[in-house]
Design a protein around this ligand. Structure first.
Ligand code: UGA
Length: 426
């Protein structure tokens, strides 16, 4: 099949290369010329394990052509995946400018009966409106939400938890499902609005789960319970499951913060208050604040030097969007602390509030406190005895990801704390 993908960001690039790997001819359309030159040299602008290999394979065997010219769509393209960003506007709704631009630029070049497949996460009801607007142009609209997580996007593409296709007719949905024929996964055909809602509700539910997990971890810090044990105990119940039960400094990234706000906003338009989703958002902000306050209450007032380990919103990505680590680090700097940071994926940072260092050893050199905010494996491999620190007795270490070896760390640093464990007897 001849398929186009508009927007070669996190979702678009993975989708385009995944589809090429399935054996289709893919045309990638991207308006950022700098990005195109890098892609043509097999250099993706994002860090995603497995993506560079797929890119060099398909750019070189010509299964994947990249252009900024929408006229290429007239070259026999039957399906167009729309993968452009939908950022949050001031009022919490999604800004659909890029979607509108992509559709306006494509429709004049597409042959009749082509199908626009919405991968971008759009407000509930968007695809139905688009489908009705594009009927006269002979184009159909299908919703095919993505469930790729950053850091595992490539394996997620080939082994998805499910493939959801929302369409106005079953025949149309089946045409789209045929693209993914060789992937073994549960397929779900539904209407457009249900498909859009599945995406929003899934992300909001996961965010809600994490807000709850973080609150339970905070409770354990006060009661003396062992949060890890508590979540393990809960996980035996199939109705709860064993995933997304890891407390952290708060949830972030380009999806959860945006999608929760969007769902809460959209629900109001239909007269429904999604109090649980709103509470999850508020709880997440309060949690980041609590992390900062717990740490500084042990550390004492500024000025003091703090090493922040990890800036990305989670491990396995170089994405800094809506990262709780950055929110917490900047807030510490605002409170007068000197913040030096190390992250294996971050070599420069635009904010002058955080000084970036090239290594863990450099970042931790003679600090008063160490705050671990991203669960990079290399942090778990650090030997704390190698850190050059004047008086380890005084240094406060707080591991918000439970990634450090507590027995080794607490031996070197008596004031070692970790999330979900009592601050009295860590
Ligand atoms: C999320 C969803 O997991 C994907 O299914 C979805 O396709 C994607 O959004 C999207 O809408 O595009 P992603 O944002 O890449 O994926 O990252 P997650 O792995 O879901 O993590 C989100 C946040 O939750 C991170 O800040 C992470 O550190 C945090 N988290 C996750 C925890 O604190 N604990 C956990 O147990 C899991």
């Amino acid at each position: 099949m001849k398929i186009a993908v508009i927007g070669l960001g996190y979702v678009g690039l993975t989708t385009a290369l995944g589809i090429a790997e399935l054996g289709h001819k893919v045309l990638g359309i991207e308006t950022d010329l700098g990005k195109i030159s890098d892609l043509l040299l097999s250099r993706p602008h994002i860090y995603e394990p497995g993506l560079t290999e797929l890119l060099s394979k398909h750019v070189n065997n010509e299964n994947f052509l990249i252009t900024d010219d929408y006229r290429e769509l007239s070259n026999g393209i039957e399906f167009v995946f729309i993968c452009v960003p939908t950022p949050t506007s001031e009022n919490g709704s999604a800004d659909l400018t890029y979607i509108d631009q992509a559709i306006a630029a494509s429709k004049q070049h597409l042959k009749k009966e082509s199908v626009l497949i919405m991968k971008s996460t759009v407000p509930i009801g968007t695809c139905t409106k688009l489908a009705s607007n594009l009927k006269n142009d002979g184009l159909s609209v299908v919703s095919n939400p993505e469930f790729l997580a950053e850091g595992t996007a490539v394996p997620d593409f080939f082994n998805p938890s499910r493939i959801v296709v929302g369409a106005e007719t079953e025949e149309l949905a089946k045409r789209v499902l045929a693209i993914f024929e060789s992937i073994v996964a549960p397929n779900l055909i539904c209407d457009l609005t249900s498909a859009e809602t599945i995406k929003h509700a899934s992300n909001s539910f996961l965010a809600l789960k994490l807000s709850f997990v973080n609150e339970v971890a905070s409770l354990c810090e006060e009661t003396g319970a062992n949060a890890e044990m508590v979540f393990h105990g809960m996980s035996f119940d199939d109705r709860i499951g064993d995933k997304f039960l890891k407390p952290g400094p708060g949830w972030g990234g380009s999806c959860f913060p945006k999608d929760t706000k969007e769902l809460a906003f959209a629900a109001k338009l239909y007269g429904i208050e999604m109090k649980t989703v709103e509470a999850a958002i508020t709880s997440n902000l309060a949690h980041m604040n609590r992390i900062k306050n717990s740490f500084t209450s042990q550390l004492g007032a500024a000025p003091k030097k703090i090493a922040v380990l990890g800036l990305t919103f989670k491990a396995g990505t170089n994405d800094l969007r809506e990262s709780p680590a950055i929110a917490i680090a900047e807030s510490l700097a605002d409170n007068g602390y000197r913040v030096v940071a190390y992250d294996p994926m971050v070599s420069k940072f635009t904010s002058d509030k955080i000084e970036i260092q090239d290594s863990i050893l450099q970042a931790c050199n003679d600090v008063d406190g160490i705050l671990v905010l991203t669960e990079w494996m290399e942090f778990s491999e650090i030997d704390p005895n190698l850190l050059d620190i004047g008086n380890p007795e005084k240094v406060v270490v707080f591991d918000t990801r439970n990634i450090l070896n507590s027995s080794i760390w607490s031996q070197r640093f008596p004031r070692f704390f970790r999330i979900g464990r009592s601050w009295q007897n860590a």
